[in-house]
Design a binder for this molecule. Structure first.
Ligand SMILES: [Fe+2]
Ligand SMILES: [Fe+2]
Length: 353
């Protein structure tokens, strides 16, 4: 058995063993950096290994959980997330292509599957931060936005019914992209004006797709209005302020945050602190500030204890958030405290996942 496993690995040149030094020592010439998979093969005898699944080109993204009690939970969450993104794809395509009906309950069950074993809400945010390598622009993006909205609605103190409607809205918000060519959606580099005009039609396409469906009106309005901006600079109808469905204003914030921070095949997402700062700078004009303020505060606090790299390339750990300047927290570097609200020449350039 070991022989065939080794042969397979040599051929594919990529295998991963997050917790298996003993296993690694048995398998020579491994490119560890290009590896993932296998929960804990070190605890298995070779005769117990039935199959080794090898995934190429997936970075070793979850090192921070290795050996911790979170490791298995993170891997389970990640696997369920990928499975759920696939279910979402099939469900939405069946609705759009085959005209099948869709219910809010059915969509909520997709989310429930992913968060089944989650112990506390911010653990969802924490795990998603380590999954920025997943970059399909429609389904995993929508699932990610929906999971963040699930936590965000609790931060906002909304009741269960409203939270459910928000989550379903987030799952469906980009459904109109089904009608846009993948060549445009996944294009590397800048879009032409014509291509951008095409993309800007997805809220309207999506709205038309759900118009005759038995869904809450707010869900339909989120699909239509999630790219509208408070100052009328959005699309497709240049709505302003109170004209915009409040749930669409909430989804807009998470949508923008996820789009800015997610890695794409052709570029890395921007540092989350830069993304939060950008949202803050646009807060009074583009986004509804009463919602944005809660998002910025709560999201920033989820970064306490994260390892970060500063603009002088030195690494440290965030130990406290400055209430007067959320995006310039206090960092500990080699037992020394650096208060970024005072050390103005330094900024966070990267969060290490
Ligand atoms: Fe969109
Ligand atoms: Fe989106």
């Amino acid at each position: 058995m070991m022989k065939s496993v080794m042969k397979k690995i040599e051929n594919l040149d990529s295998v991963g063993v997050p917790a298996g030094d003993a296993f690694i020592s048995d398998l020579y010439s491994l490119k560890k950096d290009a590896a993932v998979s296998c929960y804990d093969p070190a605890r298995l005898k070779p005769s117990e290994i039935q199959e080794v699944m090898i995934q190429k080109s997936v970075p070793l993204h979850s090192q921070k959980y290795l050996g911790s009690s979170q490791e298995v939970l993170y891997h389970t969450f990640r696997e369920r997330f990928l499975e759920a993104a696939n279910t979402l794809k099939k469900t939405l395509e069946a609705m759009v292509v085959d005209g099948c009906d869709i219910t809010e309950k059915e969509l909520l069950s997709i989310i429930e599957l992913v968060i089944k074993d989650i112990r506390y809400n911010t653990q969802i945010i924490e795990f998603l931060k380590n999954m920025r390598d997943i970059h399909d622009v429609t389904y995993s993006h929508s699932l990610c936005v929906a999971l963040i909205c699930y936590v965000y609605a609790k931060w906002l103190g909304w009741d269960q019914k409203d939270r459910d409607i928000l989550v379903v809205s987030a799952l469906l918000h980009d459904i109109g992209k089904i009608k846009i060519s993948p060549k445009i959606l996944e294009k590397e580099g800048a879009l032409t004006e014509e291509e951008f005009e095409k993309i800007k039609q997805h809220p309207r396409f999506g709205y038309e797709m759900v118009l005759d469906k038995n869904l809450d009106e707010r869900i339909k309005n989120v699909i239509l209005m999630h790219h509208e901006r408070n100052n009328g600079s959005g699309y497709p109808n240049h709505l302003q302020g109170e004209q915009i469905e409040p749930m669409a204003a909430v989804v807009a914030i998470v949508d923008a945050y996820d789009a800015m921070t997610r890695n794409r095949p052709y570029h890395e997402g921007i540092c989350p602190f830069e993304a939060l700062d950008t949202l803050n700078n646009e807060g009074n004009t583009k986004f509804k500030y009463m919602y944005l303020r809660v998002f910025l505060e709560q999201m920033t606090y989820t970064y306490i204890n994260e390892e970060v790299e500063l603009s002088n390339d030195i690494r440290g750990r965030i130990i406290a958030i400055n209430d007067h300047e959320l995006f310039r927290p206090i960092i500990v570097v080699n037992n020394q405290l650096i208060d970024l609200s005072r050390a103005r020449d330094l900024q966070i350039q990267k969060v290490i996942c």
